[in-house]
Design a protein around this ligand. Structure first.
Ligand code: NCD
Ligand code: ZN
Ligand code: ZN
Length: 344
């Protein structure tokens, strides 16, 4: 049994930082865990232009704790009307990716894409300029069962997209199903990667209904059955070079999760590496954590790996019941519970 694990400083390849007071509240947590993060653009209004992304990056840099060298990697929110011209400006501004939210699929996705056929010229420009496409992989067709939306997305959207834009790098974000894991690890397509969240590696959908309804375990795509969780653990711990860490840490004020119509999103930035360590240890694969957390994402994005290290120690601690979040409070996943690992 190892009691300490030192790894190259990790990155978070899928993170929601929000803005204003919320940004100020959550940024120190991610900055303590990660060297860099891909910052999601689903603000209200969304970040759709290079100029907005630059201004948002400046607000993030200004919110860093003193001495932090945390680097936000910026993304734009793809819409039906994103002009192909914007892609050159985005690249020049250091934006690395665009995010596809099918309209209505998740939090702040009302301006999302109604049909990728509207985006062909923009996707062509991205392919040319080397920007990645990050996808929230769920169809929104109300006739499709909520638990099947990811698998149907593969057939209806992802496979045609791969066929039409074979040179575009695509990240299938927060994969939650066996079908998603199989698509990425076995499709044999070197241009498609995937991120995995800690909650989908640790929990199945029973967590939503055990001891009453549990809104803090509600995120999108929703937790799936145990066979799916096991397939995700297998993908994460296999050492596959295109499978990497993306917390999808998504802060929502506790009172907006604990009511009818509660918001989707799990807050994991405070405990991210500790949660992943728990999942990898349970699978007997602690030796694979560094590749997943610190190497594969950078390699896929074509960015240098970080220098420097962090150390996880076996040291029990209790996750705070809540942390301040502007005028509200934020309840981390596992609030009030013990964790076995601690990042030092
Ligand atoms: C995210 C959010 O709150 O912004 N919520 C979530 O449940 N994952 C949006 C997203 O990543 O789909
Ligand atoms: Zn999403
Ligand atoms: Zn997300």
């Amino acid at each position: 049994m190892t009691d300490a694990l030192t790894l190259t400083r990790p990155d978070d390849w899928h993170l929601h930082l929000r803005d204003g007071e919320a940004l100020a509240a959550v940024l120190p947590h991610s900055a303590a865990q990660f060297a860099r993060a891909i910052v999601m653009p689903n603000l209200r209004p969304p970040i759709t232009t290079a100029a907005q992304a630059q201004a948002y990056r400046d607000r993030i840099l200004a919110a860093r704790p003193a001495g932090s060298d945390f680097q936000p990697l910026m993304t734009l929110y793809l819409t039906d009307r994103t002009p192909p011209d914007e892609i050159k400006r985005a690249r020049a501004a250091g934006v690395v990716a665009l995010k596809l939210y099918p309209a209505g699929a998740t939090t702040n996705s009302d301006d999302g894409v109604t049909d990728l056929k509207h985006c062909r010229a923009t996707l062509d420009a991205m392919q040319r300029e080397g920007l990645l496409l990050l996808v929230h992989g769920e169809v929104t067709d109300p006739a499709v069962d909520v638990f099947d939306r990811e698998a149907v997305f593969i057939d209806r959207v992802l496979i045609p997209l791969r066929r039409d834009f074979p040179e575009l790098k695509v990240v299938f974000e927060h994969v939650t199903t066996r079908e998603g894991a199989q698509y990425v690890t076995q499709a044999g397509d070197a241009m498609t990667g995937a991120t995995l969240t800690p909650q989908h590696l640790l929990y199945n959908r029973n967590a939503l209904f055990t001891g009453g309804l549990q809104p803090h375990w509600y995120c999108l795509p929703v937790l799936k059955g145990e066979e799916h969780r096991q397939a995700l653990v297998q993908a994460a711990t296999s050492g596959h070079p295109r499978v990497f860490l993306g917390t999808d840490s998504a802060p929502h004020a506790a009172h907006l999760k604990e009511h009818a119509g509660g918001h989707a999103g799990c807050y994991t930035a405070l405990t991210a590496l500790e949660l992943y360590a728990e999942a990898f240890e349970a699978a007997g694969a602690m030796d694979r954590l560094e590749g997943f957390a610190s190497h594969h994402g950078a390699d896929f994005y074509g960015l240098p790996r970080n220098t420097g290290t962090v150390t996880l120690r076996r040291e029990g601690w209790t996750v705070p019941a809540a942390v301040p979040f502007g005028q509200a409070e934020l309840k981390p996943l596992r609030a009030g519970e013990r964790l076995a690992w601690k990042l030092s």
